[in-house]
Design a protein around this ligand. Structure first.
Ligand SMILES: *Cc1c(COP(=O)(O)O)cnc(C)c1O
Length: 345
């Protein structure tokens, strides 16, 4: 089965499993797991931050960040189709008691003006303190629902600069910051430098089975540790998981450009097929979306599945494909053959 639904479906190979089996471990809630500590230090350094906190999922990394930056009754600004607002089960309101304010953008990438429009200024004649404080800007890079779009670094910098002008703190949901860095040709820390906190996933393109990390300055991470405990994210001999993430950083970060090339090949082939709408130029990293005319996405998905290819029917007429570690060039060619068969049958 060729699974193109998500880059979360990868399975650890023999070398990663060997690294997990050999990991030195301890009780991480007591700060005694040397492998977790090594991962936290290594990733924080990659991101140019003082400290890191290993957590079970990207959702938890984002939600701990929001809780750590805010108090209940604060506002946060995020893209309307950000992972934080779309796929995290209303956690910002449920767990942090914050009010989301939405930026409506094309592909999850926007400018400072969009932020300025959402920050309350003092209004003459209105009581002071009428509006809740707008505390935090959340940026997603790459942007999942935006089609794996990459923030151009200068635009990222300018948007953050505008947010800072209004006193906002800045969090980056960098579940796929690894992919963004490769596509933009800059180190991860080039983006992270502009942010107070960054969340990265080891379980997406990097291919680890479990784990994400939240990075920031020491005081931020100390406070975040409290909320990791509150949210139930304290893990014990988590070094077996951290070892997989370290292995992923060493062996799988350098190959992400291959996934991007595979996504471009898929997009170019799909653009030639009857009944498919896709702009190949919009494919910047490892995620691509296309629309179908004349066949329901669910039906397309079933027909592909019957031929050994899994895709994600993400809307009535919209399909998502994601390339990853377990999708070879041969698999890409096979998937294209299947798409052609299904659409011409
Ligand atoms: C996958 C993802 C996350 C985190 O997802 P988990 O399944 O909780 O690990 C966060 N942000 C983005 C943009 C993602 O794609």
């Amino acid at each position: 089965m060729i699974d193109l639904r998500s880059d979360t479906v990868t399975r650890p190979g023999p070398e990663m499993r060997a690294a997990m089996a050999a990991a030195e471990v301890g009780d991480d809630v007591y700060g005694e797991d040397p492998t977790v500590r090594a991962l936290e230090e290594r990733t924080a350094e990659l991101l140019g931050k003082e400290a890191g906190l290993f957590v079970p999922s990207g959702t938890m990394a984002n939600q701990i960040a929001i809780r750590t930056h805010t108090e209940p009754g604060d506002e946060i600004v995020a893209d309307a189709r950000s992972h934080i607002l779309l796929y995290e089960r209303a956690a910002p309101t449920a767990l942090s008691g914050v009010m989301p304010r939405l930026v409506h953008s094309e592909r999850g990438v926007f400018d400072g003006e969009a932020v300025r429009g959402l920050v309350h200024g003092p209004l003459p004649g209105m009581p002071a303190g009428l509006f809740p404080p707008t505390r935090l800007l959340c940026l997603e890079n790459t942007h999942n629902a935006g089609g794996g779009s990459v923030w151009p670094l200068p635009q990222f910098a300018a948007t953050v600069r505008e947010a800072r002008r209004h006193g906002l703190r800045v969090h980056c949901d960098g579940a796929r910051l690894w992919n963004a860095a490769v596509a933009a040709g800059v180190p991860e820390r080039a983006y992270a430098d502009y942010c107070d906190s960054v969340a990265v996933c080891f379980s997406k393109g990097l291919g680890a089975p479990v784990g994400s990390l939240l990075a920031g300055d020491r005081a931020f991470i100390d406070r975040a540790r409290r909320f990791r405990g509150m949210f139930g994210g304290g893990m014990r001999q988590a070094g077996v998981l951290a070892a997989a993430a370290l292995h992923a950083l060493d062996h799988n970060r350098g190959r992400l450009a291959e996934d991007h090339a595979h996504a471009r090949i898929l997009a170019a082939a799909l653009a030639e097929l009857p009944g498919v709408s896709i702009d190949p130029a919009s494919v910047e990293t490892n995620i691509l979306y296309f629309r179908l005319r004349g066949m329901a996405a669910a039906k397309f998905g079933e027909a592909c599945e019957a031929r050994g290819v899994r895709v994600l029917a993400i809307g009535v007429d919209t399909v998502r494909l994601v390339t990853h570690l377990d999708v070879s060039r041969t698999a890409v060619d096979r998937a294209i053959t299947v798409f052609r068969e299904v659409l011409s049958s």
